[in-house]
Design a binder for this molecule. Structure first.
Ligand SMILES: *Cc1c(COP(=O)(O)O)cnc(C)c1O
Length: 376
């Protein structure tokens, strides 16, 4: 039984396809564009988003863990699925069963895969992650040669790709990305001397948008596919030509409207005291729905096409907006917390700025804590 929540995430599939097409046009012509659909596609729904990207031409998908890859495969995605965080020993067989490509960063993983390959009498392709400056997952560049030499002695292992990751590609003016790319490109070239078909990839959204020379054989887009720039509003302002379109909206409806006199405390702790007679809309949205408590007395929502402030603390399932300036507000009226209403708009970047975070986290929190509907 499906019971519709007051709160709905609306995902516009046409925006996802549009963003894929825009990013593809920013990428070196024969480079593949991998869609990062981890974190349930940054809150947009992994399968629905993967299908939208597939419709736009996508043949490569990236997830964090095996479980996500299995779910994607079971839902009928037949293209390449890359698992970026590696795997636990007892799950290694699933990579074979579901034809998933692991990204590995230690030789022990390769040995486990090799013995699994031997016992299943089936080869497995893998990519190696090298740490060229992110200081996160990956072997160090000076370890690569020996690592690959060992890989090539392991039966059932096909060394197919070399990956790295940029820590500062969202800063167009930073030298770091170009320096890191030179290190990676050198490793890629050396690798290709031995394995001509080796697939190299390092660019994330920032790399694609701001360092187009870093395309290599494949790029990995995340946030930009969902319509946001990795450096937030700055990036959107700087963009020329067709811009990325945010795919997610978050909508709700008013539960109750009441008018209180001056000097009335609102919500837990009475952190807001009315300074005049105030008309208040009570909304069925709280931090449980991903509408962060840090937006208490700071957030904004759209009602009747007008921007109105959240007053008082945001509760677990409820919050209050001051609608004194809006005519004829009634329970049941639509509230937009993310997205457009009339001529007004609230972006993930605007919410993120108030929370002291980035659009990525806002999309995950809202998208993954609410029912989703799809349009487009
Ligand atoms: C999440 C992720 C990406 C995508 O990054 P965006 O900044 O969202 O484009 C690319 N590569 C790896 C390894 C990732 O984990």
């Amino acid at each position: 039984m499906h019971v519709q929540s007051f709160n709905q995430i609306e995902v516009d599939r046409s925006a996802l396809r549009h963003n894929y097409t825009i990013l593809k046009s920013c990428t070196r012509s024969n480079a593949r564009l991998l869609a990062m659909v981890k974190a349930d596609a940054y809150g947009h729904g992994m399968l629905e988003s993967a299908l939208a990207f597939q419709e736009a031409g996508c043949c490569d998908f990236g997830v964090a863990e095996i479980g996500e890859g299995v779910a994607l495969r079971k839902s009928g995605i037949s293209h390449n699925i890359f698992v970026f965080l590696g795997f636990q020993t007892y799950d290694a067989h699933l990579l074979f069963e579901y034809d998933l490509t692991p990204i590995i960063y230690d030789i022990e993983s390769a040995r486990i895969l090799s013995s699994e390959a031997v016992s299943q009498n089936k080869a497995i392709g893998l990519h190696v992650k090298v740490d060229c400056g992110m200081t996160r997952l990956g072997i160090m560049p000076n370890e690569l040669q020996e690592f690959v030499a060992v890989l090539q002695t392991l039966p059932g292992i096909q060394y197919q790709g070399l990956a790295s990751h940029f820590p500062r590609a969202d800063e167009p003016a930073s030298q770091h990305t170009s320096e890191q790319f030179i290190r990676f490109e050198y490793l890629g070239m050396s690798g290709r001397n031995k394995i001509p078909e080796l697939v190299t990839h390092t660019a994330n959204s920032g790399g694609i948008l701001y360092f187009p020379d870093s395309s290599c054989d494949m790029v990995r887009a995340g946030i930009s596919l969902y319509g946001y720039y990795p450096d937030g509003e700055e990036g959107r302002k700087r963009a020329v030509g067709e811009t990325l379109r945010p795919a997610m909206s978050f909508k709700s409806s008013i539960l109750q409207v009441k008018t209180v006199g001056a000097g009335t405390g609102v919500s837990y702790g009475h952190t807001y005291i009315t300074d005049k007679e105030t008309k208040i809309a009570v909304l069925p949205v709280g931090y449980e729905d991903g509408f962060s408590r840090t937006l208490s007395n700071g957030g904004e929502v759209l009602i009747h096409g007008k921007r109105v402030p959240i007053i008082g603390r945001i509760c677990m399932n409820l919050c209050m907006a001051d609608v004194s300036g809006v005519e004829n507000v009634q329970s049941g009226d639509e509230v937009v917390l993310l997205g457009k209403q009339g001529n007004e708009q609230i972006s993930g970047d605007a919410i993120a700025e108030k929370m002291g975070t980035i659009s990525y986290e806002v999309l995950c929190m809202l998208g993954n804590n609410n029912q989703r509907t799809y349009i487009g």
